[in-house]
Design a protein around this ligand. Structure first.
Ligand SMILES: [Zn+2]
Length: 126
């Protein structure tokens, strides 16, 4: 885990990952979406993924470095949510030491947070 040029800490590939290969997964605390919304209003650094309209997972207390994965508007990985786990898959070949990024899509920030990913075609906000 290193400091990211995008935001705070980031997740970095420990070794080269071929495209479409699973990079890793994170598990967190299973909570209701109602609780997730409340937690999101209390904390700037939220690490919550909504699995459905009822259940969400909060990774804030997870020790897995993948939880530091930053958003990019041109990501090199994607999230796949499966049976309460969040899995990361490479969208293309990722070099050893490269920062792993995903597109967060809809977030609790609802467009109020400036995006600093620096990618060509950056949407400018989360
Ligand atoms: Zn961006």
């Amino acid at each position: 885990m290193h400091h990211s040029h995008i935001d705070g800490l980031g997740a970095f590939a420990a070794e080269a990952v071929p495209g479409r290969r699973k990079i890793g997964e994170i598990r967190g605390e299973s909570i209701s979406v109602a609780d997730a919304r409340i937690r999101a209003t209390r904390s700037e650094r939220i690490m919550i993924v909504e699995l459905s309209d009822k259940r969400a997972i909060d990774f804030s207390r997870s020790a897995d470095p993948m939880r530091y994965t930053n958003h990019s508007c041109r990501p090199n990985a994607r999230l796949c949510i499966r049976q309460g786990r969040v899995e990361f898959y490479a969208l293309r070949d990722i070099a050893s030491g490269e920062e792993v990024t995903v597109d967060y899509g809809q977030t609790h920030h609802e467009g109020r947070l400036a995006c600093r990913c620096g990618a060509t075609g950056c949407r400018g906000a989360l």
